[in-house]
Design a protein around this ligand. Structure first.
Ligand code: 13P
Length: 257
């Protein structure tokens, strides 16, 4: 069975003081879980990454950022590079989140450049794809997701596919409390895996981690994570409290029991 990967996307939440409290609470609760089958990642905002990096040392928690730019360095005011993220211990970076696509006009082409740059620095990109409600209702979910996948993975080698995570996050499920049903999500996950198999090979597709994101909470996590092709969760709102985040991790560990 593929390893489950639970990541918390803090989005634009938590100042540095709140970060210390939350990371310490998560660490404490994580200690009570036997979780060697589940990877747990926290993705705080940029301003909290350094302190979080120090706090998680010696624990099972891993660190991710929520975005980065694709250039190495230079006159790009306000941007952060992969090298900077690597230097503070980031092992993951969320790329192409629908909020980045929606509010900051990120395209598949730009996301593709960022993915390649992250890989250059051995940072695992968590690449987000997903359809809007309008797209789902007009029956084009798979076309949209296929276009996104082909765009963001363009030019990647088979070896590089082993170093990425895909997160399927239907836009209509994000922050709405209305998660995709386990069956709805699994259907798209299977579609993504088949597409990657066509583009690369079955063995690489079989190994690929595909997370689901969109209103994941402790109540729905087990059912979602029990599906054949759902290999983890990218959690928004429910990761801002240690109890709910760790309960989602707990649901993932139960799958192995
Ligand atoms: P919610 O869990 O708040 O719906 O957010 C999901 C998300 O966007 C994670 O990246």
């Amino acid at each position: 069975m593929r390893k489950k990967v639970i990541a918390g996307n803090w989005k634009m939440n938590k100042d540095i003081h709140e970060t210390v409290t939350l990371v310490n609470e998560i660490k404490e609760r994580l200690n009570g879980l036997s979780n060697n089958k589940v990877d747990v990642i926290i993705c705080p905002p940029f301003t909290s990454l350094v302190i979080a990096s120090g706090l998680i040392k010696g624990s099972a928690l891993k660190l991710g950022a929520q975005n980065m730019y694709y250039k190495d360095e230079g006159a790009y005011t306000g941007e952060i590079s992969a090298r900077m993220l690597k230097s503070i211990g980031c092992e993951y970076v969320i790329l192409g989140h629908s909020e980045r696509r929606q509010y900051f006009s990120e395209t598949n082409e730009l996301i593709n450049l960022k993915v390649k740059q992250a890989l250059l620095y051995n940072i695992i990109p968590i690449i987000c794809v997903g359809e809007t409600l309008e797209e789902r209702e007009s029956g084009v979910t798979k076309d949209i997701v296929a276009t996104q996948i082909k765009g963001v993975l363009s030019g990647l080698t088979k070896a590089q596919i082993d170093k990425i995570i895909i997160a399927y996050e239907p836009v209509w499920a994000i922050g709405t409390g209305k998660n995709a049903t386990p069956e709805q999500a699994n259907e798209v996950h299977q579609f993504i895996r088949k597409l990657v198999a066509q583009l690369y090979s079955w063995d690489v597709a079989e190994r690929l981690t595909i997370q689901y994101g969109g209103s994941v909470n402790p109540q729905n996590a087990y059912d979602l994570l029990s599906q054949s092709d759902i290999d983890g969760a990218l959690v928004g709102g429910a990761c801002l409290k240690a109890e709910s985040f760790i309960n989602i991790v707990g649901a993932a560990t139960q799958i192995y029991n």
